[in-house]
Design a protein around this ligand. Structure first.
Ligand code: AMP
Ligand code: MG
Length: 481
């Protein structure tokens, strides 16, 4: 057997024991390679050359013990739809932290790897469709230039998993800057053990926010830095119409990466109330609610740090409160900046917000496709698909044209700005379903073609057009993954 050579370190396992359980992944019956991310493998410094498909399937199913691995399941808690629960890796195992040739560190985790002490009622397994879906969506997000965990491989297990019907079992190899979650801090805080929170905080600072180390108040500086990172991530989601679907605190990574691709989906027609997840009845995680929830999650993070911000709890609360009120302003400013960029505007003018909101209102009334409207604006074309009066659009466009004339960005600079911020393609929900159905049936070509287009979604590609047609009708995603 020729298993790729990993360069693992295990810094997380140096945290207090309560943060994890050492255990190997549970073996599977007959692992088979479904998809492998060669480019990501190279970036990680992995050499797949000498390995057969069976070797790789063994490695990425957890059947083969990788050299230097010291597998653990991580403990965490979280607010799920607002309710606090103890969780943990119920179906994932961290094999180790891969040190790349350029000296960066990435968690390599198997998802769907069997039961752990944190599985609660679950079977610890995952089905092929949802794991391929995570592979596709996370790689598409990466292509869109959005911070995200990535996907290295999917193997089928040769075992069925029982959902509503029996489905083919699978394991995804997820690569992340780390798997520290807001819920990991909540887990430490729920135990009211200050030394654990401090250990986790120090670890997080070392791994993701080394610049904070020099601050007089590291806890407060960490809160501030995380607040900015999390908000910037959500701004990117709003830029491309991404709806995460389960913004529970256990699904918010301290690294600022998008994590846990469950019921996520991209919006077609612009509607701020868009929800895809079948279990999100209240619209808690609707498109326009994401910034509010991000701030709610940051506040839950802030609570865990209070004892480290100041011994005097009133003082700590007021200092954290200042960060939270800055969060709202920060979001508004960043959002305006992002929307300006989508419209090719560089300067700040007092009427910009009205201009932007009027466009969005028009898009909502017209049921205009979010992505394609910006493409049409880039082309100087009328939004063809829109339902409502073109006159309203023409009036808006006149105002936009006037606004562009007073901007310091010349025509070329303005076009460049738009081109960088408006993707030509997003993963259309019906196409995601089509390529996944084909892949489950053994035809990987459509999935691979789609992945190729999403390596560069801002550039016109031979097959770009084939991915620009909006979906028709309602779409629903399911958490039962
Ligand atoms: P998620 O909604 O995917 O973020 O998962 C929430 C929690 O449920 C996490 O702690 C998961 O590890 C756990 N979980 C999800 N699916 C399963 C499963 N099939 N078996 C065991 N635990 C699971
Ligand atoms: Mg999760």
């Amino acid at each position: 057997m020729n298993i790729p050579d990993f360069k693992f370190q295990h810094t997380y396992a140096q945290l207090p024991d309560v943060f994890f359980t050492r255990m190997p992944p549970v073996r599977v019956k007959q692992p088979e390679m479904i998809i492998l991310n060669q480019g990501l493998g190279e970036r990680l410094g992995l050499d797949f050359e000498g390995s057969s498909s069976d070797d790789l399937a063994s490695a990425f199913s957890g059947n083969a013990i990788l050299n230097g691995s010291d597998p653990i399941a991580q403990a965490y808690a979280g607010h799920q739809f607002g309710h606090f629960t103890n969780l943990g890796d119920g179906r994932a195992i961290l094999l180790g932290e891969q040190v790349t040739p350029d000296a960066r560190t990435f968690d390599v985790q198997l998802k769907g790897s069997g039961r752990t002490p944190y599985s609660r009622g679950g079977d610890g397994r995952a089905a092929l469709g949802p794991m391929l879906r995570e592979y596709l969506m996370s790689e598409a997000m990466h292509g869109l230039g959005i911070e995200t965990t990535r996907s290295l491989a999917v193997v089928s297990t040769g075992e069925d998993v029982l959902r509503e019907t029996p489905l083919r079992g699978a394991i995804l190899t997820r690569v992340a800057s780390s798997h520290i979650r807001v819920g990991t801090f909540q887990y430490a805080a729920a135990h009211r053990n200050e030394s654990w929170i401090r250990a986790l905080m120090d670890y997080t600072i070392d791994r993701h926010y080394p610049e904070v180390r020099a601050s007089d108040n590291a806890a407060l500086a960490l809160l501030d830095a995380f607040m900015e990172k999390q908000i910037k991530l959500v701004i990117d989601w709003m830029r491309v119409g991404f709806i995460h679907g389960v913004m529970n605190t256990d699904n918010m990574a301290l690294s600022g990466e998008t994590i846990d691709y469950g019921p996520c989906a991209f919006m077609d027609a612009y509607d701020p109330a868009t929800v895809f997840s079948s279990i999100d009845h209240a619209g808690r995680y609707a498109f326009s609610h994401q910034p509010v929830i991000a701030q709610w999650n940051i506040a839950r993070f802030a609570e865990t740090l209070l004892p480290l911000i100041d011994r005097d709890s009133n003082k700590a609360l007021s200092m954290a409160g200042e960060v939270m009120s800055r969060a709202d302003r920060f979001y508004q400013d960043e959002w305006l900046g992002m929307m300006r960029a989508k419209l090719g505007l560089r300067d700040v003018e007092s009427n910009d917000e009205v201009l932007i909101r009027d466009l969005l209102d028009w898009m909502k009334d017209a049921e205009a496709d979010y992505t394609n409207t910006f493409i049409e604006l880039m082309k100087g074309a009328r939004p063809g698909s829109a339902k409502c009066s073109q006159q309203a659009f023409e009036e808006w466009k006149r105002r936009w044209d006037e606004r562009r004339l007073v901007d310091s960005a010349d025509k070329q600079a303005s076009e460049d700005l738009m081109q960088k911020n408006n993707p030509l393609v997003i993963p259309r929900n019906y196409q995601v379903e089509e390529v996944l159905a084909a892949a489950i049936d053994g035809d990987l070509d459509p999935l691979n073609q789609m992945l190729e287009v999403f390596e560069n979604p801002y550039q016109d590609h031979e097959s770009t057009k084939a991915y620009q047609e909006p979906g028709k009708g309602a779409y629903q995603t399911f958490c039962g993954t």
